[in-house]
Design a protein around this ligand. Structure first.
Ligand SMILES: [Zn+2]
Length: 126
C-alpha cells in the first residue's frame, strides 16, 4: 500500500512534468487531461429532479463543477484550460466517473455548444 502511494505520487509528478506551459508557472499545481462536458440546471440535463442546487447543497452558480468525488472531493479548486479563474467542485453525478468534469453553465444552449472537450485541468494544492 505504501509503495502504491509512492507510485501514485510519482505519476502525479510525471503528469505535471509533461503538462503544457500553462501550468509551468504554478509549481504547486498538479493536473491531468480530463474529458470536460457542460450542463445546466434544466430537466434535460438534470432529469425530473432538477432543482438548481448542487449536490453540495449550494445553489448552482457559475464556477461550480461536477466531478467524481473519489478523484476530486467536493470543495476542490481546479483551473480549466481555456477558462479564466478558479472553479470549485460542488456537484457530482452517476455518469461523472474518473477523469470526467462537468461544468455548470447558466443556459442549456451554452452547455450544449460547449459539447465535449479534452482539456487540461490543474488542481490547486496549496
Ligand atoms: Zn440543460
Amino acid at each position: 500500500m505504501r509503495f502504491r502511494r509512492i507510485v501514485e505520487i510519482g505519476l502525479l509528478v510525471l503528469f505535471a512534468g509533461v503538462g503544457t506551459e500553462q501550468v509551468a508557472d504554478t509549481a504547486t499545481s498538479v493536473g491531468r487531461w480530463m474529458t470536460v462536458t457542460a450542463y445546466c440546471s434544466c430537466s434535460k440535463c438534470c432529469g425530473r429532479h432538477a432543482a438548481g442546487y448542487f449536490a453540495s447543497g449550494e445553489r448552482a452558480y457559475w464556477g461550480g463543477v461536477a466531478a467524481d468525488w473519489h478523484l476530486l472531493p467536493a470543495g476542490t479548486k481546479v483551473e480549466i484550460e481555456g477558462f479564466v479563474g478558479t472553479f470549485q467542485v460542488e456537484d457530482t453525478g452517476r455518469v461523472i466517473k474518473g477523469t470526467r468534469l462537468d461544468i455548470w453553465m447558466p443556459t442549456h444552449r451554452e452547455a450544449k455548444e460547449f459539447g465535449c472537450q479534452k482539456l487540461w485541468v490543474a488542481m490547486n494544492c496549496q
